[in-house]
Design a protein around this ligand. Structure first.
Ligand SMILES: CC(C)(COP(=O)(O)OP(=O)(O)OC[C@H]1O[C@@H](n2cnc3c(N)ncnc32)[C@H](O)[C@@H]1OP(=O)(O)O)[C@@H](O)C(=O)NCCC(=O)NCCS
Length: 393
């Protein structure tokens, strides 16, 4: 099977975009990614686009064909992929498999969401479509509420503190303050987080990722094509796993078993261990989730995520830099776009072209994108150098 690399990568500014439609944002990201690859539209053989809920956010379904049309890529096959907030990374996984299978040589994986055209309360209700309708959404639970339950359980079981969760947001905003594409590019303090309005105890506004518009795109290519491009970043592992949709059916509230399963397979495919990963993009939709992620990805022991953060391990100059461009917290979280945005940030780091945000010497990177309260997990692993260890499972 052919090896696969990311050869072009870009995202729009993540923001509240009153003056741009979803198709404008997708086109901007797609065109920038194709230009970045040094390719042209006619070179692209297929498109996969991650999107959670354009039907409810902007009243537009049939998004894949719409995007192919607007970007000028018709008549290539165009497929929309939906897995709530993990839609982007899952679109990436399917683009990767489409090349890996030998069907196509060059494919675009994109992600896009426009969330701010409806009222905030309607956006939150739309997001909750990714929860269990009968057991969660119908009784008024929100994702902030669900993650608050997870946070409470983690605090109770392991002694994790609100301050440690706040340090996640502080770190991500510090990185995001240097990212011109971030929605909230400003530094914050632990006190700012603790004193911001409470949404669902113990999570306050500044523990939460915001409501955002944005799009991201990457170009993937098979080995022969990738080698002729300027700086290919190789896909070393790509895996997906699932868990119960409803939180009350989980064996444990303090771990994401889908993350562990997807990570295990991705590490095996890559022939790497958690300690071999230089940088990570993880799904900090709420600050507690970054603490669970560093544990479930094996960067520290279960229960030690809060201490790992407090010791500074996740900082850009720490032992395991996490969310080096600002994460969902500071960059924003246009849900269908986030999984691709994470890939773009890993690619820029591994190329060594991330300016002020650069983590020197990064050669391997991992991206974790979650759907809902963790019912879908997608883990993609990347490297500057290629390896050949693909395993089926
Ligand atoms: C946290 C949340 C409830 C805040 O929404 P809100 O109360 O309607 O916030 P508003 O839009 O009124 O904004 C209030 C202020 O805080 C800022 N703000 C809002 N959310 C913010 C965030 N997450 N981070 C930083 N600043 C934020 C706004 O810019 C605004 O600032 P201003 O007063 O200076 O203009 C909302 O962003 C949310 O629900 N986030 C979670 C989204 C989610 O569940 N995603 C899926 C995850 S699985």
């Amino acid at each position: 099977m052919t090896k696969v690399a990311v050869v072009g990568a870009a995202y729009t500014k993540f923001d509240e975009h009153w003056d741009k439609s979803l198709r404008d944002l997708s086109t901007e990201a797609g065109a920038k990614a194709i230009l970045d690859a040094g390719l042209e539209g006619k070179d692209i053989k297929a498109l996969f686009i991650g999107n959670m809920s354009a039907g409810r956010f902007i009243g537009q379904e049939h998004l894949a064909a719409l995007t192919a049309d607007h970007v000028g890529l018709t008549p290539i096959p165009a497929t929309r992929v939906e897995a709530a907030c993990a839609s982007g990374a899952l679109a990436f996984l399917h683009a990767y498999l489409a090349i890996r299978s030998g069907q196509y040589d060059i494919v675009v994986a994109a992600g896009a969401e426009k969330m701010t055209d409806i009222k905030g309360t309607d956006a939150i209700a739309t997001l909750m479509g990714a929860g269990d309708q009968e057991w969660e959404s119908a009784i008024g639970l929100t994702f902030t509420g669900l993650y608050a339950l997870i946070a409470k359980a983690h605090m109770h079981k392991f002694g994790t503190t609100r301050e440690q969760m706040a340090m996640v947001s502080v770190n991500n905003h510090m990185n995001g303050s240097l990212n011109p594409n971030a929605q909230f590019p400003k530094e914050i303090t632990v006190d700012d987080v603790l004193n911001s309005p409470m949404i669902a105890e113990p999570l306050s506004v500044l523990d939460c990722s915001p409501i955002t518009d944005g799009a991201a795109a990457v170009v993937l290519a098979k080995e022969e094509v990738a080698r002729s491009t300027r700086n290919p970043i190789w896909v070393l592992g790509s895996s997906q796993a699932s868990d119960t949709l409803a939180l009350h059916n989980r064996k444990s509230l303090t771990e994401m078993s889908a993350t562990k399963a997807a990570a295990k397979n991705a590490y095996e495919q890559a022939g790497l261990k958690p300690s071999d990963i230089n940088i990570a993009e993880v799904h900090d939709c709420f600050s507690i989730n970054e603490i669970l992620a560093v544990e479930d990805l094996g960067f520290c022991e279960k229960g030690q995520g809060g201490n790992f953060v407090e010791q500074g391990s996740i900082k850009r100059d720490g032992s395991k830099p996490v969310n080096t461009a600002g994460g969902l917290k500071s960059i924003g979280h246009p849900v269908g776009a986030t999984g691709i945005r994470q890939v773009v940030d890993i690619v820029k780091q591994l190329r060594g072209e991330y300016g002020q945000l650069q983590v020197n010497g990064a050669a391997t990177g991992l991206a974790l994108n979650l759907g809902g309260s963790g019912a879908t997990a997608v883990v993609n692993i990347f490297g500057k150098e290629q390896r050949e260890t693909f395993k089926t499972f």
